[in-house]
Ligand binder design. Structure first.
Ligand code: PLP
Length: 454
């Protein structure tokens, strides 16, 4: 028997514990339950349509129900849905690994599959640690990591140890390893009290000093290239990433590039590292990898790292890490189709035009009295609300102003999700220009209503 809408709403409240969701508030309101999608639109159980304004949590690329992607899964389903990569291989995983190596910055020629962004970063952390024990001249004192303030790299305890989002991560401090912290390149609220127009990217210099000071104990530096996503869409000044690469290379410290959010075309190039000519030692991809269809992630690394793990089994140089669904054939098949569509249908080339249109809307939104800053890289944008533009005074957290903007947007027909008082706009890369235009209008109107309540 089909469940009624009322039953579904009740069972959702009674049984689903939603991630990153204050459940008491959630359960007090009517839930939005998605039942289907078409292109870049999602439909709820009442039949109301919404623009997917945050790409279903930053992962959708080509829209929903894309015939080629659906077909890639269906035809793989006729072969095999899942078999393991532990000591055995499968056809789509092999093809995808080869494709990723072909597309990634050169030198990253080994691929370790897992199933989420969190595991992709966790894998890189453990590989870097083990590398320094097993490399030709072992450096067992290299056991620490450097990450940025406000960093977000996923929710496993290793990733949380890297994390710098106070209200997500502080509570878990007793469980975490210690991370060396460099300032975030947050120009709007510069941690060094400088102005972007006149600074010399001194935050990069602070990071360089820390790397030099701690070079003997640092296994790796972990960064989100170009944009710190969950931090509030903080766009780093040009050259910041290149300087991180230069200082790590010069001081024998590995560089882990977490491209979980910025990778797969989001910032205008397939990988964000390309924009500064950077080749990291580890490149982590997830969210957009399957076009937002299935959970699959990859950690790419170099031959140098890979070779440190070779040896006879009894030498115990093996990487003892894996996940049951590692390299899942359905996920790999749809990831391949996603990457092919990216190349062949001009989706990547279309990002610039869409980003320019989004920019025009952001410029207009930036004029509103409660907007302090707008930040954008490609089709990744954040709009920061402030109570006072002059002093940059935030709204009280309890006012949930970002949430209020998103609630209005929902009523107007767009699904958004804020990061505190930063409202994220991150539509699928392939969104139609006319739909993006409508999304921009909805975001503008929602902000205007919050900025000047009647
Ligand atoms: C989302 C995200 C992660 C975690 O990915 P999950 O698939 O949610 O585990 C890691 N790093 C960055 C930069 C992210 O944006």
């Amino acid at each position: 028997m089909e469940a009624t809408r009322e039953q579904l709403e009740q069972w959702d409240r009674e049984h689903i514990w939603h991630p990153f969701t204050p459940m008491q508030t959630y359960a007090a309101e009517r839930p939005l339950i998605v039942q289907r999608a078409e292109g870049c639109m999602l439909q709820d159980l009442d039949g109301k349509w919404y623009i997917d304004g945050v790409s279903s949590l930053w992962c959708n690329v080509h829209g929903h129900r894309v015939p080629e992607l659906d077909e890639a899964i269906r035809s793989q389903l006729d072969q095999v849905a899942h078999s393991t990569l532990l000591g055995v291989s499968n056809v789509p995983a092999i093809k995808l690994a080869r494709k990723l190596v072909e597309l990634a910055p050169s030198g990253l020629d080994h691929v370790f599959f897992s199933d989420s962004g969190a595991t992709a970063v966790e894998v890189a952390l453990k590989m870097a640690f083990q590398f320094w024990r097993q490399c030709p001249v072992p450096r067992p004192k290299k056991t620490k990591y450097l990450a940025l303030s406000r960093a977000y790299h996923g929710d496993t305890l290793g990733d949380v140890s890297l994390g710098g989002v106070e209200h997500f991560h502080a509570l878990f401090a007793p469980l975490l390893f210690q991370t060396i912290r460099a300032p975030s390149p947050y120009c709007y609220r510069c941690p060094l009290g400088l102005e972007r127009r006149t600074c010399q990217v001194d935050c990069a210099r602070a990071l360089e000093d820390l790397v030099r000071t701690h070079r003997e104990e640092l296994a790796a530096v972990v960064v989100e290239p170009l944009v710190q996503g969950a931090a509030g869409m903080i766009v780093a000044p040009e050259g910041f990433l290149r300087r991180v690469r230069e200082v790590t290379a010069a001081n024998e410290v590995l560089l882990i590039a977490d491209e979980v959010a910025v990778g797969i075309g989001r910032t205008g190039t397939l990988f964000a590292c390309e924009q500064e000519g950077v080749v990291p030692d580890f490149l982590c991809v997830a969210k957009g990898l399957t076009g937002g269809y299935l959970p699959l992630a990859a950690t790419l690394t170099t031959g140098e790292v890979y070779r440190a793990f070779l040896g006879r089994p009894e030498e115990n140089r093996t990487f003892f890490h894996g996940h049951t669904y590692t390299g899942n054939p359905l996920g790999a098949a749809v990831a391949l189709a996603t990457l092919e569509r990216m190349e062949h249908c001009g989706v990547l080339a279309g990002v610039a035009e869409r980003a320019a249109l989004l920019r025009r809307h952001l410029d207009r939104i930036a004029e509103l009295p409660c907007v302090g800053d707008v930040r954008q890289k490609g089709l990744m944008a954040g709009i920061e609300l402030v109570a006072d533009r002059g002093t940059k005074q935030p709204f009280p957290a309890a006012a949930r102003t970002g949430h209020a903007v998103c609630k209005l947007a929902r009523a107007h027909g767009a699904l958004l999700r804020p990061l505190g008082d930063v409202v994220v706009v991150m539509p699928p890369l392939a969104i139609d220009l006319s739909l993006l235009d409508r999304l921009g209008e909805i975001v503008h109107d929602s902000f205007r209503e919050v900025c000047s309540p009647r």
